[in-house]
Design a protein around this ligand. Structure first.
Ligand SMILES: [Zn+2]
Length: 373
């Protein structure tokens, strides 16, 4: 049994145990002792003595982690789960890959605990999304990664500043562009290009493997894009309109000719003020929106209120950077995530998703990455 299934942190979403899960992952990576772990301030708060003993016994030893990836090869660090999945598709079993941001966490405000520095100290390559999404994690990498490590901001590589989008939750006056490029398959494929080039340069012995995986992954991203285009044509005319809670579809909408009429979540990631809610209610009524979309990562009663007042259906299961299923399951992948979201949007708006549902969304290479839960 893997450490992940033996631990109490294998649990439903929105659980209180994230600090333990992350710390265990890092402990296994870094080989740090249990003594280091019990000194984590977060753990002292989160754990009772009994739980702590059980957790550390089950997960304390690197030998208890057969899912830890290959013994040799590069050490790659990534941040949010969709990026980790794209990296895993290219790197396959030729590298050890660690995600840093636990799934189901607000990646926009995530602060890596100091213990993450040990993972950075061992990194050969660090991939972050960039576009100012994970600045604290990027800074931790800059401070701790070895001099010869490569630190790549994928979004900054593929998107010129002139094409940055600023919108509802990412207003220009705050200075942070909308960072969600990975919800658009065109940009996800560009991320894969940069990841492939980086790995080929850093590890030329495995170049053929990375190139082959990249080609197959881009093929699947293209198939996803084609299926999306075919299925979105079944949405009744004029209804490719999104009102979402989390503002994750700006680039997607631009590429695929949707209209994001609003995002409920303000730039401080709190719930909106009553005046703003009233304005959104007016907008939903005016547009006669049949459905409004919530986020699985950001449960909010505000959308329930808007739905109740307008008669729109509240679809609360979009997932922006939280992969479906559990690590190791076929749909736990960037491809599975985006297929799920597109099907949810298209069916919610009255279309059919036959082409998307027929897609193969399995990974093109074995995914042995660590996804903190
Ligand atoms: Zn987000």
């Amino acid at each position: 049994m893997s450490c992940r299934t033996a631990c109490p942190h294998s649990r439903p979403r929105n659980r209180p145990c994230t600090a333990l899960a992350v710390a265990n992952d890092w402990q296994e990576r870094s080989g740090r002792s249990n003594v280091d772990l019990v000194h984590l301030p977060l753990l002292r708060v989160a754990l009772s003595g009994v739980l702590a003993t059980a957790a550390l016994t089950a997960c304390g030893s690197p030998a208890a982690a057969p899912d830890a990836g290959p013994e040799r090869g590069m050490s790659i660090v990534s941040t949010v789960a969709p990026l980790t999945s794209i990296v895993a598709n290219i790197a396959g079993d030729r590298a050890r890959i660690s995600g840093i941001v636990p799934e189901g966490t607000n990646s926009h405000t995530f602060e890596p605990p100091p213990q993450a520095s040990a993972v950075m100290e061992a990194a050969d390559v660090v991939f972050v999304n960039g576009l100012q999404l994970e600045e604290p994690t990027f800074e931790l990498a800059e401070q701790n990664a070895p001099d010869d490590a490569v630190i790549v901001k994928l979004g900054d590589e593929v998107l010129p500043e002139s094409e940055y989008l600023y919108d509802f939750s990412f207003p220009k006056e705050d200075g942070k562009p909308n960072p969600h490029l990975w919800t658009d398959p065109i940009y996800a494929a560009k991320y894969a290009d940069v990841i492939k080039d980086t790995l080929v340069e850093k590890d030329p012995d495995n170049a053929d493997y990375y190139v082959q995986n990249h080609e197959r992954f881009v093929g699947r991203a293209t198939a996803l894009s084609d299926a999306l285009k075919a299925d979105q044509a079944t949405i009744p005319a004029g209804q490719k309109e999104l009102l979402t809670y989390h503002d994750a579809y700006a680039y997607f909408a631009k590429t695929y000719d949707w209209e994001v009429i609003g995002a409920v979540q303000p730039s401080n990631f709190e719930d909106p003020q009553p005046k703003e809610i009233a304005r959104i209610i007016d907008q939903v009524r005016e547009r006669e929106l049949p459905v409004i979309f919530g986020s699985e990562v950001f449960p909010s009663q505000v959308l329930e209120q808007i739905a109740a007042e307008t008669g729109a259906r509240y679809e609360d299961t979009l997932r922006d950077d939280d992969l479906p299923g559990k690590p190791g399951e076929p749909e736990h992948s960037w491809l599975g995530l985006m297929r799920y979201d597109y099907v949810t949007m298209i069916e919610g708006l009255g279309g059919t998703a036959t082409n998307l549902k027929a897609l193969d969304v399995s990974d093109v290479a074995p995914d042995q990455a660590r996804y903190p839960q």
